[in-house]
Ligand binder design. Structure first.
Ligand code: F6P
Length: 525
């Protein structure tokens, strides 16, 4: 069995959805609610510690049924089953996609005749032993002092995932302070180096390929800085690496036993569940890291087994395809009402836009429909005072996900009540606006009918965070299946990399052919 390669817009369900859209496009959410007083309960999904309200979206039970028809024409259920097994989903790079195996509780996941669970468990065991010895102060720095800081050097998926989790789980952290250096911006690097003491810092170089120029240049600069402060011999006590290319890591100077392996069947943006998450296990402890994986595994199980109507990521993906292809929206917002989730949007930006920013389908044909949307957002209630004016009164329709928690971690329930009331109020104002009210001043009219989905979660824990991230991962996958694109390659980032090498070359070797922009740079740097 393989994934369908059908063009979605040539299916009979798509045609039915187009007719259905014509009937629904002018219907106001307020009418949908007044026609059905049970709409909220009927269009919400309660799962584990999550309550997800899909009712403030511009759809009806008929829309969902038509999307189920589309899913069936495109073999979605079979594709979900295949996603958890040996597959060739990333066929343009001839790779399997199996990051779900990293959190699976199955004893066997076979790939190329090999049970990869054994390799996964061996690496997890290595992470456990290593991180526990650092946290407990058994493994020390070169001058005999216990470690106080961890610096993760990586970019893209080798940075965004672990950084999101470490910051989101700050409440659960131990004494180790985690820092993330990703950009080649030397000022950013310097700011971090100023905060740490090399004697008590562990450096984790994370690069699946171990060829990424930013990561290697940063790692080299830090290595030189470290040697200048301490010694060459001290390097091996302070540097570890995570890579699917261990030989390159060893050639860089990391001892073989300090290289944590990962595999080519783990995509960079889905890699926090692999050894890429070693800084998470360091920062919040191995038990919490394991709970994160457990939360993701629970979301995997429900994604695999739940009926499509009750399947959170599937419904989320239906909505994205519905809005971007029928309402012709180009943006989606995610607004978590939690300070801890500040890094969730940057993480999702890579997840969604690197995965589904494609315009060629699985048959190598140019698509004639919309694929991935721009994903953006920020933390509430700050977002309300920054960019949400446009959501309420602008000319763009921006489907929004709100994410909130029933409990504040530090127990400040008075603030939590206000915070979450703000979130409820935004969803309400977007949906209903001032409709039905006599407002004479046109500048004060809110048309409403702006869609949103609200996630209410009991509490931010390693487990609920793991589930939340996995739910969004699965949404990416479902969109890819429905839109007939490969969500797991990222050739789109290559051209810029090549050109930057050319620019570096011409900056280094004086040439006459400078553009005005480069000329200005040369004259002033
Ligand atoms: O340039 C994009 C990318 O390949 C991402 O997909 C990846 O997460 C990032 O670069 C980092 O790659 P690596 O882990 O190989 O350094």
């Amino acid at each position: 069995m393989s994934f369908s390669r059908k063009n979605p817009i040539k299916t009979s369900a798509w045609l039915k959805l187009s007719t259905h859209f014509e009937q629904l496009k002018a219907v106001h959410l307020q009418e949908m609610f007044s026609q059905n007083s049970l709409r909220e309960s009927q269009m919400s999904v309660s799962w584990e510690d999550f309550f997800v309200d899909f009712s403030k979206n511009r759809w009806t039970s008929e829309t969902i049924e038509l999307f189920e028809e589309l899913a069936s024409e495109l073999n979605l259920k079979e594709s979900i089953a295949l996603y958890f097994k040996e597959n060739n989903l990333n066929f343009t790079e001839d790779r399997a996609v199996l990051h779900t195996a990293l959190r699976s509780t199955e004893k066997t996941v076979v790939l190329g005749g090999k049970n990869i669970v054994e390799d996964i468990n061996a690496v997890k065991h290595k992470i456990k032993l290593f991180t526990e010895s650092v946290i407990e102060g058994i493994k020390k720095g070169c001058t005999g002092k216990a470690f106080t800081d961890v610096v993760n050097i990586g970019i893209g998926g080798s940075d965004l995932g672990p950084k999101l989790v470490c910051n989101a789980l700050k409440y659960y952290k131990n004494h180790l302070n985690t820092h993330y250096i990703s950009n080649i911006d030397g000022d950013e690097l310097q700011e971090t180096l100023q905060k740490i003491n090399p004697e008590t810092t562990l450096f984790v170089i994370v690069s699946k390929s171990f060829t990424t120029s930013e990561t290697l240049q940063n790692a080299n600069t830090i290595k030189n800085w470290f040697v200048s402060q301490l010694s060459e011999q001290a390097l091996e006590q302070h540097f570890i690496a995570v890579s699917a290319n261990p030989d390159k890591a060893v050639a860089f100077g990391i001892p073989n036993e300090a290289v944590f392996p990962m595999w080519d069947w783990v995509g960079g943006r889905f890699s926090l569940w692999s050894a890429v998450g070693v800084s998470i296990a360091l920062g919040v402890g191995y038990d919490n890291y394991n709970k994160l994986l457990l939360g993701a595994q629970k979301a995997d199980e429900s994604f695999k087994n739940n009926d499509l109507k009750e399947n959170i990521p599937v419904l989320m993906a239906f909505l994205s395809v519905w809005y971007s292809n029928f309402f012709k929206t180009t943006n989606e917002a995610v607004i978590p009402y939690s300070y801890y989730l500040e890094d969730f949007v940057p993480y999702l930006e890579q997840g969604f836009m690197e995965s589904n920013g494609k315009s060629v389908d699985r048959n190598g044909e140019e698509v004639a429909y919309n694929t991935g949307s721009v994903v953006f957002g920020g933390v509430g209630s700050n977002a309300q005072h920054a960019f949400m004016q446009l959501f309420h009164q602008g000319t763009n329709l921006i489907p929004t996900d709100f994410i909130g928690f029933c409990n504040s971690l530090h127990g400040n329930s008075a603030h939590q009540d206000v915070l979450i009331s703000n979130m409820f109020a935004q969803a309400n104002a977007l949906a209903f606006g001032t409709r039905g009210k006599e407002i004479e001043n046109p500048y004060k009219v809110f048309k409403g009918n702006s869609p949103s989905t609200t996630f209410l979660i009991k509490k931010l824990t390693p487990e609920t965070l793991g589930s939340l991230i996995a739910i969004y991962e699965h949404k990416i996958f479902v969109q890819g299946i429905l839109l007939n694109i490969n969500s797991f390659d990222q050739f789109g980032v290559e051209l810029g990399k090549e050109l930057s090498r050319e620019y570096i070359n011409s900056l280094e070797n004086e040439s006459n052919g400078y553009s005005a922009l480069m000329q200005f740079y040369k004259e002033n740097n």
